[in-house]
Design a protein around this ligand. Structure first.
Ligand SMILES: [Zn+2]
Length: 414
């Protein structure tokens, strides 16, 4: 598990210019390495070192050797990624794949440091540059030291140092700790349905509404379209200023929801989500109308997914994914698939007559899909699905009935 934290050290002008010069030479070292790899169609660190090291040293005279090695490692990774992407693209668009831009770095790049080139003792941070090693005092925010104390196995793994758009030097410290410190909890399995009207609905029937998000998005959409129509210089200035506002708001909402879910009072063992990676495109192509498509297209589901998984990881909760097909059309009680059963946000089964909120219905289906899959795969952990307990005693209900029965959280007849 990795966590990173950004600090802005106070530096003198001389130190800043040393960093600027370092990043120039670092970018050069990176570009030389990646060129060499691509020209020789290799991704071997050893090969690169043999062929290129002396030459890079001559070209980037004052760059510390530690940083040359860092640039080399980053280049190897970048070329590997580039190769994967190109191979994928080649299958669909061979011409585009040939035109694909090679990995390169610009002068003001972000440099990766490893434990040899950066050290942190207490609050004293030192790192190497072209000139000499910079020594500076940093203060790590309290919220971070509270959550990730050094004693818990968190170790500094390296850092990224660069200059941001406003011209400030930032240090992005990367901490790592072995995953094993999380003990596996005993608890229930909860399905989560994500949507446009309710950001998240749990299979227990709890909704996290998207009213605020929709309101804010609507507001910015309106303001943006008006400003774009005007097109004056001040309108452009304003557009630039509001561009980040909406994003920050949505991020904050996602943070709040994922935090609530990850720190839930109930003993949750697994959160099951629908795998939307291919679903999104399908939905966009499908029959939904224009407004719906617009909402879906700027829907931030992957961001929520990411935030939820890292927050859950810390609390020992697993996040799993299941096939998303038919989860909103299937009845969670009798498992009959019928599109006509759904009417707005209500799901009333035409076969068995059960009725509940459509999102809750989908969330239950997602959870049950996971349980069915786990049973098929014979995962020992989930042998008593009805009790939602992993280690506890099985409930009296037989297994096959379990999968089609209502969850305990929902009142009868809804
Ligand atoms: Zn039914």
């Amino acid at each position: 598990m990795r966590r990173s934290i950004t600090v802005f050290p106070k530096l003198t002008d001389k130190e800043v210019s040393a960093i600027v010069e370092t990043s120039k030479q670092y970018a050069r070292a990176f570009n030389m390495s990646s060129e060499c790899l691509i020209n020789n169609s290799s991704t071997s660190k050893r090969f690169l070192h043999k062929v290129q090291y002396e030459r890079t040293k001559e070209e980037c005279l004052s760059l510390p050797t530690g940083l040359i090695q860092c640039a080399r490692d980053v280049a190897v990774e970048a070329v590997k990624n580039w190769n994967v992407k190109r191979t994928k693209l080649r299958q669909k668009h061979p011409k585009k794949a040939e035109m694909m831009k090679r990995p390169s770095m610009k002068d003001k790049c972000t440099m990766r440091y490893d434990v040899r080139t950066i050290t942190l003792r207490g609050s004293q941070l030192t790192f190497s540059t072209c000139d000499k090693r910079i020594k500076t005092i940093i203060s790590i925010p309290e919220f971070f030291t509270e959550r990730y104390p050094n004693s818990d196995g968190w170790k500094l793994k390296g850092a990224n140092i660069g200059i941001n758009r406003k011209g400030r030097v930032f240090v992005n410290l990367i901490y790592e700790c072995p995953d094993s410190i999380n003990e596996i909890k005993d608890g229930k399995i909860v399905g989560l349905d994500r949507g446009v009207y309710n950001i998240v609905t749990t299979s227990e029937g709890v909704h996290y509404g998207a009213k605020d998000v929709r309101r804010v998005k609507r507001k910015y959409n309106h303001v943006r379209s008006e400003l774009q129509e005007k097109g004056t210089r001040s309108a452009k200035r304003r557009l630039k200023a509001i561009s980040g506002c909406e994003k920050r708001f949505v991020h904050d909402q996602n943070h709040c929801i994922s935090k609530k879910l990850a720190n839930s009072d109930e003993d949750v063992f697994i959160y099951v989500l629908e795998d939307l990676s291919s679903m999104n495109m399908l939905r966009l192509k499908g029959k939904s109308n224009k407004t719906m498509r617009k909402w879906i297209s700027n829907w931030s589901y992957s961001d929520l997914e990411f935030k939820l998984s890292y927050k859950c990881q810390k609390n020992g909760i697993k996040v799993e994914f299941v096939d998303a097909r038919y989860t909103s059309r299937k009845c969670s009680v009798c498992k009959a698939i019928d599109k006509a059963s759904r009417n707005g946000n209500r799901y009333t089964c035409r076969h068995c007559g059960s009725s509940m909120h459509a999102d809750t219905n989908a969330a239950i289906n997602i959870r049950d899909n996971y349980i069915t899959r786990a049973l098929k795969l014979g995962q020992a952990a989930i042998n008593q699905p009805y009790g939602w307990s992993v280690r506890g005693k099985p409930e009296t209900e037989p297994l096959d009935k379990t999968l089609t029965s209502k969850p305990s959280g929902l009142p009868e007849g809804r």
